[in-house]
Design a protein around this ligand. Structure first.
Ligand SMILES: Cc1ncc(COP(=O)(O)O)c(C=O)c1O
Length: 357
């Protein structure tokens, strides 16, 4: 069986060392030494000043929306994972969907500009598949119009824009460190901002608002990370360069195998650098996609329709038309991509795909 993805697992004894230490310290959660060490090591690795860990990417999104005071309309993309939209709705915001650029598959800044009207608190944009958005246009728009900007960089670990980590941009960027991501802490998420004010507030918010045991700094939630999760992150960080290199190698090999297939690939902007975390391909029609998917599944290979359906069609949002995202989401399929996928697996996938086409 070839699944869409497989979590990376480090050598067991490396993780075991941390587990033994947790047993010795008897410190399981509540901002323990592994969490603090991982925050420092991640900031150094990403060449940023600081970051905060939380228990998943969805909570990271909700904290970002809350701390930036987004309460009303928020402009967002119809082409992302459901958590991008559901977090807005969960926080009481109204998502205003604007369509995507058909090449990058990211939110189109020109359409954002048109939608930036009265009652809009900000923008929530996703770097789809780790492919950087038009960061500068979105930053310019949000700053010049006095709006807040969040980047959902759940897929963005290792991606860059103008040679800097993608997490450096926007008022706040968030990431997911879920097991299916190329860098993971089993479950986990990160919050990034150049503005210390937001991080100081989030540090309270992720721990119920506690400021010591008897005082509170506003409302909070449980966004804490356990020492076991942080330990997985510490060990996995030792492998991240190898994982990123492997992803690039897999992606380049798929490119070679599929060069005459006629399938289309998202385009990375010249200022951006992708982490090759996914391998999405766009077919001419949904009918062809379904046929390819069926043939692969018959051979025990499981690609995934990612992202499908377009988020503007969810039944808990106001109906809004986004023809490009609706069309792409019907025709896009992610091929298996994970550390450990072999060239012969890729050849088998490509052979079935080409035959089906
Ligand atoms: C674009 C995007 N945003 C947010 C999330 C939510 O992250 P988590 O699963 O860590 O809650 C995901 C998860 O896959 C995602 O793909």
């Amino acid at each position: 069986m070839i699944p869409i993805t497989q979590p990376f697992l480090p050598k067991k004894d490396e993780y075991q060392k941390y587990i033994n230490e947790i047993w010795e310290n008897n410190w399981l959660t509540n901002n323990g030494p592994n969490v603090r060490q991982l925050e420092d090591r991640l900031a150094k690795y990403l060449k940023i000043k600081e970051m905060l860990l939380v228990n998943n990417g969805t909570i990271a999104l909700q904290l970002a929306i809350k701390v930036l005071g987004m309460k009303r309309k928020v402009i967002t993309t119809p082409f992302s994972y459901v958590a991008t939209t559901s977090s807005l709705v969960w926080e009481g915001c109204e998502p205003i969907f604007v369509d995507i650029d058909p090449d990058s598959l990211n939110i189109d800044p020109e359409r954002v500009e048109e939608a930036l009207g009265h009652g809009v608190d900000g923008i929530l944009a996703t770097h789809c598949f780790g492919n950087p958005c038009d960061v500068e246009s979105l930053e310019f728009l949000s700053e010049s119009r006095g709006k807040k900007l969040i980047f959902d960089a759940a897929h963005g670990f290792g991606s860059k824009y103008k040679d800097k980590s993608l997490f450096e941009y926007g008022d706040i960027s968030i990431s997911s460190f879920h097991s299916t991501k190329l860098y993971h802490t089993i479950e986990g998420g990160g919050i990034f901002s150049k503005d210390e004010r937001w991080l100081e507030k989030v540090a309270f918010m992720r721990n119920f608002g506690h400021d010591g045991s008897e005082k509170f700094q506003g409302i909070g939630i449980n966004g804490k990370v356990s020492e076991f999760h942080a330990a997985m992150g510490l060990v996995n960080l030792n492998y991240i360069d190898e994982i990123l290199l492997d992803r690039k190698k897999l992606s380049v090999f798929y490119d070679t195998l599929l060069q005459h297939s006629g399938v289309r690939r998202p385009i990375v902007s010249s200022a951006g650098e992708s982490n090759f975390s996914y391998y999405p391909i766009i077919f001419e029609s949904e009918r062809i996609l379904l046929e390819v998917k069926k043939r692969l599944e018959e051979s025990d290979i499981f690609p995934r329709r990612y992202f499908y359906p377009a988020l503007n069609s969810l039944d808990y949002v106001k109906s809004q038309s986004c023809p490009i995202a609706e069309d792409i989401s019907k025709r896009i399929l992610c091929l298996p991509m994970y550390y450990g996928l072999t060239e012969s697996d890729q050849e088998k996938i490509a052979e079935i795909l080409l035959k089906a086409l």
